[in-house]
Design a protein around this ligand. Structure first.
Ligand code: DAT
Ligand code: MG
Length: 140
């Protein structure tokens, strides 16, 4: 296992409910280090570019409008096996399927408003981190 970095987003449903600290505690308790973090409001165009891989899906409009509907917290998480570890801490996409104790099981409101995003592979993690962060903003 190697030290990896992954892109995490705390989504608008979670910032609206003031859950940033509770979600960050889940990451830190799992051994993930928050090596970059900024709170921003995404434009619709940024959300559409970020989620372009899903542009043909029926929920694309709902997803991108939701992501631009309020503040998000963009983060880089670092640790051993960080990409898979973060996906484990997040839980399944649909909170109804998420394992007990995961972020989505505890906090997500629905499959669409599911509190967190996490990269799914080394290639997408590198692309997603570069989309939102300059190298100097990441301090390991
Ligand atoms: P994940 O966020 O677990 O990587 P994904 O990449 O398949 O899941 O989908 C990206 C986001 O799109 C997901 O977090 C929420 C939304 N989404 C996925 N499936 C959906 C559905 N059936 N209905 C509404 N939104 C959905
Ligand atoms: Mg995904």
């Amino acid at each position: 296992m190697a030290t990896e970095r992954t892109l995490s987003i705390i989504k608008p449903d979670a910032t609206r409910r003031n859950l940033t600290g509770k979600i960050n505690a889940k990451f830190e308790d799992a051994g993930l280090r928050i090596v970059a973090q900024k709170r921003v409001r995404l434009s619709l165009a940024q959300a559409e570019t970020f989620y372009a891989v899903h542009s043909a899906r029926p929920f694309f409009g709902e997803l991108t409008e939701f992501m631009a509907s309020g503040p998000v917290v963009l983060q880089v998480l670092e640790g051993e096996n960080a990409i898979a570890k973060n996906r484990e801490v997040m839980g399944a996409t649909n909170p109804a399927d998420a394992a007990p104790g995961t972020i989505r099981a505890e906090f997500a409101e629905s499959v669409g408003e599911n509190s967190v995003h996490g990269s799914d592979a080394p290639e997408t993690a590198a692309e997603e981190i570069a989309f939102f962060f300059a190298g100097l903003e990441i301090v390991g």
